[in-house]
Design a protein around this ligand. Sequence first.
Ligand code: FES
Ligand SMILES: [Fe+2]
Length: 457
Amino acid sequence: MAIVDQKRSALPVPYAMDPTLPDRVPKERYFDPDFYRLEVDRLWPRVWQMACRLEEIPRPHDFVEYEILDQSVVVLRTDDMGVRAFENACRHRGVRIVQGRGTCESGFKCPFHGWCYGLDGANSGIPRRKSFAPHNVEPGDVDLVPVRCEVWGGCAWINFDNDAPPVRECMEPAATILEAWKVESLRAEKWYAARLPVNWKLAIEAFVEMYHVVVTHPQLDIPGMRYSLRPGAPFDPRAFINAEIEYLQAMSDGMDGMVHANDVRVAEGLRGMELPADPELAISTWNRALNDAVMRWHRERRADIPDINELDEHGFNETFYPCFPHYFVLPMYSGASSYRFRPLGPEETLMEIWSLARFGEGEEPVTPTPPEVWECDDPRWPPIPAQDFSNIPRQQKGLHANGFEYMRLNERLEGHISNLQRTVDGFLAGLPYERLLPALHVVNVAPFDKPVLDLGF
Ligand code: FES
Ligand SMILES: [Fe+2]
C-alpha cells in the first residue's frame, strides 16, 4: 500500500509535498505565483511535451506551431517523413516566423525583412547581407535554433533539454503497453479544446481517479454492470449483458468517443449471447466474445488492430495510461480518448481531448483542424467532460478559502495525484535524470485507482 520512505527529507522546494504525509497536497501548489514560476523555469523546460499528432503534418513540408508558456516551436515534417523542430523566432529581430500551421515549399521566410531558412533550419538568405557587420551574420550563428524532437505513439514530442533521456524511455512502462496496443495506428476522429479556469495540475487530477465517478457521472453507475457486482449477490447473465451495453453506450455518448460507436454496435450484436451462470466466468466469456467481435469487425475493414484478448492476458487492458506530465491515453476496446493539458497561467489551463479510432487503409479521416476553444460551461460539451468541468472551477475557488490548507487524498484511490505532485517536486528540486527516470516509471503506470507509491525521493 502506501510505501513511502518516511526517513527522507522534503526536497528544497517551496510548498513541497511532505514525504511523511504524501497524502496531503498543500493548496499553494495550485495558485501561488512563485510556485508556478518554478514550474515554468524547472519543469516545463525539462519534460517531453506532446507537440502535435502526426496526422496534423501528414505530408513532407507540413508544419504546425506548438506553444507552451511563452515559447513557440515549429514542428516540421521532413522529406523522409521524419519530424524536426525549431524555435519559432527569426534570428534577426525575433519575429515568429510561422503562425498556426501550413505547408512550406522549401523553407521559411520571415515576414518582417525577409530572412530565409531552409527545411533544416539553416539560414538561406539575408537581404542586403553585406550591410550588416560581419559579426551579426556569421554563418552558423543565424540558423533557426533547433529543438529536440522525437516521434512516439502517433505524436511528435519536443523537449527543450538536450540531456533528457529519449521520449520512449521517459514514458515507460506506459510506452511498451501502448505500443502493444498499436497506439500509433490510431487516427484522430474528433478534437475538442477547453479553456479551464484552474491550475493545470488540478485539471489533470480531475481525470486520474475513479473515486469521483459515482457522484459526478451517475449515468455510469449502472446496476448489474461488472463494477457494481457484489460478491455473493444473485447474478443474472441477461441483466449483466444489458448493463454492459448500457455502460458502453453511456461512455461512448458521454465522451463522444473513447468507446467508439462502432464498438458499441458490435456489442449490441452480442446482446442475445448465452453466458455461464457464474459471474466471474460470465465476465471473462463476455469480454472474450466482445474482443473477438471488435477485432473481426476491424480486420474485415483492413484496420490495424492488435489481439486484444492476448493483451488482456498480459494485463495490458487498463483504460488509463499517463505520460507525465501532460498527456494521457485512455483506451477502450478498439479506440481511445487522449488528453493534453497546457498551463496558460497559474489558474488557467488549455485542455484538449482527441477521440482516436482505427481505420482501414484509405479510409482515414481528413487531417483534423484545431478546434475552437470552448469555455468549460459551453453547452456543446459532451456529458462526461461537462460533468467534470462543472466541478473543477469550484474546486479552484474553494482552494483559496483561508481555513483550507491542503487536499487530503485517499491514499489508495487517489495515490496518482500524490505520485504526480511528488514527481513535479523532483523536477523543481533539479534532481538528475538518474533519479527522475525511476520516478517517471512509477508515475507513468496505470491503473486509475493507484496507491501512493515510493518514487525514490
Ligand atoms: S525579424 Fe525576421 S527578418 Fe527581420
Ligand atoms: Fe470524470
